[in-house]
Design a protein around this ligand. Structure first.
Ligand code: TR5
Length: 173
């Protein structure tokens, strides 16, 4: 009976420790074992702590205040132009040309300067979306693609996006 109680107790502690930490996304259970010591029985738990990286998908710390994450989560009404598993295209709320779309990855990435190797497929999808949007243009299929990176370059929303501009001559660059 004593061993059974100990087994049940340690199983419960293991289960909850693992779940609480892993749900929080901040740690993983490395090891849990019980041992006998002079004072009685001891349950030792080893936990590996970790801090979410800047680019973690859906990291609550980053996405909570991000306007584009809210748009992606459909918490704000916007006009959607196109979408696929990785990318959302919306109309810019303050267009700088007759056609002004924003191509936004669903993953929260702050900007080009925070891209990682693992993000290459996402950027590839964004570029293929550009090609698709250009093919869908009426009249001239010429377009301009702009990415602002950093406040000094005019970036105001810190979630990577391409500005897709078309519908007028843009020879001022
Ligand atoms: O300045 P950068 O390069 O970061 O571009 C951000 C773009 O997001 C600007 O062109 C804004 O006009 C556009 N923007 C900002 C908001 C917004 C939007 N486009 C569509 N819908 C929007 N909502 C609902 N809210 C915004 N704050």
């Amino acid at each position: 009976m004593f061993f059974f109680k100990r087994f049940v107790l340690s199983s419960i502690i293991r289960y909850y420790t693992l779940n609480i930490f892993t749900i929080a996304g901040m740690a993983e259970l490395v090891d849990a074992r019980d041992s006998k010591s002079r004072g009685g029985d001891t349950l030792s738990v080893r936990v590996r702590l970790s801090v979410p990286k800047n680019n973690d998908k859906g990291s609550a710390m980053e996405t909570a205040d991000c306007i584009f994450c809210k748009i992606i989560a459909r918490q704000l009404p916007v006009e959607i132009v196109a979408k696929n598993d990785e990318v959302l295209v919306i109309k810019d709320i303050a267009p700088k040309a007759p056609v002004h779309y924003l191509i936004i990855p669903k993953k929260h990435i702050t900007g080009i300067s925070s891209l990682e190797q693992a993000d290459i497929p996402i950027v590839g999808e964004m570029l293929l979306m550009v090609k698709k949007l250009a093919k869908g243009l009426s009249g001239s299929q010429a377009f301009r693609l702009i990415v602002n990176d950093g406040p000094d370059a005019g970036q105001s929303v810190f979630h990577l996006h391409f500005h897709f501009l078309s519908g007028k001559k843009m020879l001022d660059f």
